[in-house]
Design a protein around this ligand. Structure first.
Ligand code: AMP
Length: 412
């Protein structure tokens, strides 16, 4: 089954086309349309064994962006489809499913209405995701669409983990609670790492660390998320590229008064000017900081130390939440690639039963690999994530079920 996976941002859209079957999958093409809404939008497209295709042209909205994608997918030179009818389903990444969605769903009018209701919770992302869904419905009305949510995996958190200790009426009135994000990635690497390490996902106690520009840590028991570090928004939790992570609310009110910042100013500060960027004063990119640390730049060293310390605190907290831990999993751009950050995090976890293989960790990047010594009580793995594959797999499963149900009711 050929599946188009779409991830629509506010002014961009990422896509992949995958050939999916229950036991196998092949990536046929992937690409990115950037600067949607501008006269010099840019469409980059890549298929295996060919130079990448890149053009700048005006693209005024997501419908035009998707049209550009569909055109290149059937292009004689760069295409991977003879005809668009080969696309059997479309899977969309949707940022926020609120309390409505515990799992991925086939898109219908009711689902669209609920995603619309969650726009208030993810004002930058959900409207863009919806634009992609609506554009696809217009361009390929007969092709089933599936929505896969960043939040749904964490809907299994118990109430005492997701509540904030605020007046309960704010939860009732605005749904102010912790939701968590990166759900597709945490679920994917938990399943993959258990398979690789020979653990039973249904019984294992796992701490998954998705570390990238945005980072979150999740406690997983029996394959279900029981707590995660991101909250009402993706700002909560550990230090990130440009996001502050946890912050005393008193700092916010202090800065509002001292610097005359309003809500937009604070939003900008904690989302765009903080984290590794804020502490180091020169970069949000982990690679730059590791290089700068080697050259003796103290604030780069401090930024990395703060990041690792935050992660370590969550690991300790989640080991307590889970009453033990069987495996710690690193993923995301930093988790998969930064031996320095993994080394900093895993130094001093012996009390927990971690016997980390520092020599093996050194220089290891971008592969699925066990980083603990064979006899370590707690296993440590680095595992590559693939959120698009989760979206394609959920889409295939849901659409296959729909097709089977339709065939059955025809037979009856
Ligand atoms: P992501 O948001 O998952 O794409 O991750 C982006 C982050 O991964 C950035 O901070 C990068 O610096 C980091 N990253 C990517 N490659 C490497 C690498 N080889 N070594 C260290 N960090 C890396």
């Amino acid at each position: 089954m050929k599946i188009l996976v779409l991830n629509c941002g506010s002014s961009s859209l990422k896509y992949q086309v995958l050939e999916m079957s229950p036991n196998d999958n092949t990536l046929l093409a992937k690409g990115l349309v950037e600067r949607i809404g501008s006269p010099n939008a840019c469409h980059t497209h890549k298929i295996d064994g060919k130079d990448k295709y890149q053009v700048e042209k005006p693209i005024s909205n997501h419908t035009e962006g998707i049209k550009s994608v569909l055109d290149i997918l059937t292009d004689k030179e760069y295409g991977v489809l003879k005809d668009l009818s080969e696309i059997e389903a479309v899977g969309h990444r949707v940022a926020h499913g609120g309390e409505y969605f515990f799992k991925s769903v086939a898109v219908d009018e009711e689902v669209v209405e609920k995603i619309e209701k969650c726009c208030e919770l993810a004002p930058l992302h959900n409207p863009a995701n919806l634009t992609g869904i609506k554009a696809m419905a217009k361009l390929m009305p007969d092709v089933p669409q599936v929505a896969v949510f960043d939040t749904s995996f964490h809907q299994s958190m118990p109430d005492y983990a997701y509540m904030y200790a605020l007046d309960y009426s704010y939860y009732e009135k605005y749904k102010i609670r912790r939701f968590g994000f990166h759900g597709t990635s945490h679920k994917f690497v938990a399943e993959k790492a258990c398979k690789l390490a020979g653990l039973d996902l249904g019984k294992a106690k796992l701490i998954t660390c998705h570390l990238g520009n945005g980072s979150s840590i999740t406690a997983i028991e029996g394959g279900r998320s029981v707590d995660t570090s991101m909250g009402f928004t993706p700002v909560e939790g550990v230090t990130m590229g440009t996001r502050s992570g946890n912050l005393d609310v008193g700092v916010v009110t202090f800065l509002m008064e001292k610097e005359g910042l309003d809500a937009a100013g604070i939003n900008n500060l904690v989302n765009k000017q903080s984290g590794l960027q804020g502490i180091s004063g020169f970069s949000s990119d982990c690679r730059d900081l590791v290089d700068a640390e080697k050259s003796g730049y103290k604030r780069a060293e401090l930024a990395l130390a703060k990041l690792a310390y935050d992660i370590k605190k969550y690991i300790g907290a989640y080991a307590a939440v889970l009453n033990g831990v069987d495996m710690i999993v690193f993923t995301g751009g930093i988790g998969e690639n930064s031996d320095r950050v993994r080394e900093l995090v895993c130094t001093g976890l012996e009390y927990l039963g971690v016997d980390f293989d520092f020599a093996k960790n050194n220089g290891t990047r971008g592969v699925d690999v066990e980083l603990s010594k064979p006899k370590s009580k707690v296993k440590v793995w680095a595992v590559t994530t693939n959120e698009e594959l989760v979206i394609a797999t959920d889409t295939m499963n849901i659409v296959t079920e729909m097709q089977e149900r339709a065939a059955q009711s025809e037979n009856n």
